[in-house]
Ligand binder design. Sequence first.
Ligand code: NAD
Length: 296
Amino acid sequence: MTATLLDGKATANTIKRELAARVAALRARGIVPGLGTLLVGNDPGSEIYVAAKHRDCAEIGVESIRIDLPATASQEQVNDAIRELNSDPRVSGFIVQLPLPAGLDVVQALSLIDPAKDADGLHPMNLGTLVLDSTGELGTPQPCTPAGIVELLTRYDIKLEGAAVCIIGAGPTVGRPLALLLTRRGVDASVALLHSKSLNVPSRARKADIIVAAAGSAHLVKADWVKPGAVVVDVGITREIDPVTGKSRQIGDVDPAVADVAGWLAPNPGGIGPMTRAMLLTNVVRCAERHQTTSQ
Ligand code: NAD
C-alpha cells in the first residue's frame, strides 16, 4: 500500500476525548447527556452498530437508553417508542436504527422524532435546513456519516475548496446530504453526484481529486478508476458471512488494489464507521448543550 491512511479510528478517538471534556462540564452543572436508540428487529449489522454506539457512550460519560422491538412490531408500536424517547427527560438525542424491517414506514418514523432530539440529523426539517442553511450557521444536527467524512478530510488538511469531488452513490444517508455539506460556503468543493444510472462512472471518477464511494457495491471502485495521488474515501458496506469463521464480515466499495494508486485512503472498516459514531456523539452532546441554553 502506498496511500497514506486517513485513520478514522484514531481521529474518532481524538474527537471522543474532546467530547468527554464537554460531557464532564455538563455533568458538573448537573446535566447528564443521554443517547437513546430504537432498534427494531435483529438485523446482524444493526445489532453490531447499536452495541458499539452504547459502548461509545459509556466511554465518554453519556448515559444510554435503549428500546428494542421485535421484527414483528407494528408501525404504531414503533411510533409509540419514538414518542416515548421524545418525552424521556434522560434522552438528549436519539436515533431510529436503519434499516427498519420491511413493511415499516421510515419517513413516518423519522418525521415523528423531535427535531431538537434528532441525533442522526435525518428528520425532514433538519435535512431541509441542510439545503437552506448554506453556511451551516444555524448549527442544526447534521447527518452523521456525511459530517464524519467532511470532519475526517478537514482534520487531515485535505483541501476541499475548489476540489473536484466524485461521490459514487446518491443515497439519502450518505451521497445526497454529503453533496450539500461539501458545497456549503466555506467548504466550496465542486461535486459530481453519480448513481447506478450514471454513464461513464470510471472515467468521471478518474478526473476527481477526491472519490467518495458510497454505493454499497463490494469492491466497485477499481485501481484504474483513480487518478494517481487522489483521495479515496470508502463508505459503502456489503455484509457477507465469512465461510471460514461463519461470522458476518464487512466489505467496502473500494478494491484493495486502489491503495497502490491513491494518495490518501480512508479504509473500510476503520475509516468512516468510527467517524460516523463520533459524529453521533457530537450531535448528542450538542443537543444537551443546546437544551441547557434554551432552558436557562
Ligand atoms: P443507498 O444504499 O440508499 O443507495 C445507494 C446509492 O448507490 C444509489 O444512489 C445507487 O444508485 C448507487 N449505486 C448502487 N450501485 C451503484 C453502482 N454500481 N454504480 C454507481 N452507483 C451505484 O444509499 P445510502 O443509504 O446513502 O448508503 C450508501 C452506502 O453507505 C450503503 O452501503 C450503506 O450501508 C453505507 N453506509 C456506511 C456507513 C459507514 O459508517 N461506513 C454509514 C452509513 C451508510
